[in-house]
Design a protein around this ligand. Structure first.
Ligand code: B12
Length: 213
């Protein structure tokens, strides 16, 4: 069975310990990197998302799969990436979070891990992050970039509100603001006056590198 198939089987069975064990053993035996595993998991969640949209699976299946994946990212893959990057000099500080009213974390966590593994200092504020929380943290740590994730059509407008709040506080020019998440687009990013949008974690790394050049 390929690594992709093994991951898929464990996620579909909600086998949290099995997935953690598999990730540990793959990393220990250097069969693949934590970034490779994150990419496999990201693609799998997109596939599971499309199955949910086509009503091939139902909400409990989705919640189960998302929970298993989140534990593997939080407890195994993200720490592995952080451990391997501890000696690196930072390319810049990034504050990232999912906007107010939105609890979707998987895509944003993938983006965070990829940015971290590419040399950025990432402050992941979690989910349901308010405009004030984004801005206060960015000011506190001296970030160059603020990244906002939104998975709900209903929460997208909070991305705009963070930009408006930056303007109100006279801080808009101090930061590069990037947005992402399934319902967002390049056009949306332009419409709300963000500095960039990316479709996935790998594109986000290229976008951020371009923006801070
Ligand atoms: C998993 C999931 C959940 C899980 C979330 C678990 C978790 N910890 O994240 C649970 C079950 C909790 C959940 C809850 C809900 N969900 Co939901 N969920 C999904 C699902 C299936 C997959 C999302 C995902 O993880 N995708 C995989 C990741 C890897 O992809 P991604 O998030 O898009 O991220 C990538 C890119 O977008 C980009 N990116 C992401 N963030 C950022 C940020 C920046 C700065 C950049 C540059 C790039 C970037 O890079 C990422 C990596 O490649 C989607 C379906 C879908 N097609 O997206 C629905 C979906 C988003 N959910 C939906 C809904 C409606 C809900 C609920 C309201 C359901 C309910 N009735 O309660 C609640 C929301 C509650 C809330 N207040 O937020 C709808 C949203 C519809 C809409 N357009 O508004 C969707 C589209 C499903 C559907 N078709 O109905 N959900």
């Amino acid at each position: 069975m390929s690594l992709e198939e093994q991951v898929k089987e464990l996620v579909e069975e909600w086998d949290e310990d099995g997935l953690k064990d598999l990730c540990h053993s793959v990393l220990d035996n250097e069969e693949a990197s934590a970034e490779d595993l994150l990419e496999i998991i990201g693609n799998l969640m997109k596939f599971i998302g499309s199955q949910f949209e086509n009503e091939d699976i139902f909400l409990p299946d989705l919640i189960g799969a998302a929970g298993v994946v989140k534990v593997a990212i939080d407890e195994v893959l993200d720490p592995a990436i952080r451990a391997s990057g501890s000696e690196k000099k930072t390319l810049g500080k990034i504050v990232i979070g999912t906007v107010e009213s939105d609890v979707h974390s998987i895509g944003k966590d993938l983006v965070s891990s990829f940015l971290f593994s590419n040399g950025f200092d990432v402050y992941n504020l979690g989910v349901e992050v308010t405009a004030d929380e984004f801005i206060t943290k960015a000011e506190e740590v001296g970030a160059k970039i603020i990244g906002m994730s939104s998975l709900l059509t209903m929460s997208m407008d909070f991305q705009r509100q963070v930009i408006e709040e930056l303007k109100k506080r006279g801080l808009r020019e101090k930061y590069k603001v990037i947005v992402g998440g399934a319902p967002t687009t390049d056009e949306w990013s332009e419409q709300i006056g963000a500095d960039g949008w990316a479709d996935d974690a790998i594109e986000t790394v290229s976008l951020v590198k371009k923006l801070i050049e």
